[in-house]
Design a protein around this ligand. Sequence first.
Ligand code: NAP
Length: 264
Amino acid sequence: MKDFKNKTVWITGASDGIGKELSIQLADRGARVILSSRNVEKLNAVCAQLKGDDHVVYPMDLLKTEEIPQATENLLTQVGDIHILINNAGITQRSLTVDTDLSVDRKIMELDYFAPIVMTKAMLNHMIARGNGSIVTISSVAGKVGVPMRSAYCAAKHAIIGFMGSLRAEIHRHGIHVLIVAPGSTHTNISINAIEGDGKVHGVTDPAIANGLPVSIVAKKTIEAIIKQKSEIIIANKRESRLALLYRLAPEMVIKKLRNMRVT
Ligand SMILES: NC(=O)c1ccc[n+]([C@@H]2O[C@H](COP(=O)([O-])OP(=O)(O)OC[C@H]3O[C@@H](n4cnc5c(N)ncnc54)[C@H](OP(=O)(O)O)[C@@H]3O)[C@@H](O)[C@H]2O)c1
């Protein structure tokens, strides 16, 4: 793929953070963007910022996974071909496992794992029939290494990498590209929107997030990986990239470090 002219890209979680920045940068590169998330006002505000005038705001609550297949059919009827799906919407956690209610594990799993797989399945036949397409999913460095205070989040982000790996092998023959993006700490509202063990919103920007990568870099590298049809990329500072790499090479060393790791 050379550019995004005549390409329609559907982005979940487009109202804020990484999804908002992906929308802006993809529109700058000529894409038509379909923006989804729950907050219509915020989606409209992002849409108004985009270069070009054929973008579409398509509000969805992805926790209502049972509504996704019909919503996808309706969208395809409305907009025609969708060439790239970016499963970006997500929520994280700030709690020890021992303090985490099962409803929190289920909520995170529903949004960070089941929603992207339902979205992907809803788009598959459409992409297979056309013989091309890209399915991009924003996982995390927490999908590569299990870190403290994030057991549900790490579980969902690991699970989606496994699902997409399997799917990638199955659908390459149909011309469909599958990309996993694993960002490290990125400066967004993610920790403000994170949930604690009892389901309460965390409401605080933690230091690692405040000092995280700018969304502009994460979006730019994600877009470059789509163009180059990469399978998986880690976008993180040196410390977090090294953690993911070391975990593959010398897991016991990292496991010992993680016992004393300070995570908020
Ligand atoms: N920031 C980081 O440090 C970091 C690191 C690694 C991976 N990630 C991943 O990157 C992705 C984007 O995160 P972010 O940092 O940009 O977070 P963010 O600023 O909190 O944005 C989250 C987005 O998800 C949407 N969303 C939340 N619940 C939703 C629901 N039920 N239905 C539909 N949309 C929903 C939100 O929109 P509405 O409120 O309008 O619904 C918002 O647009 C996530 O998958 C996250 O796990 C982030």
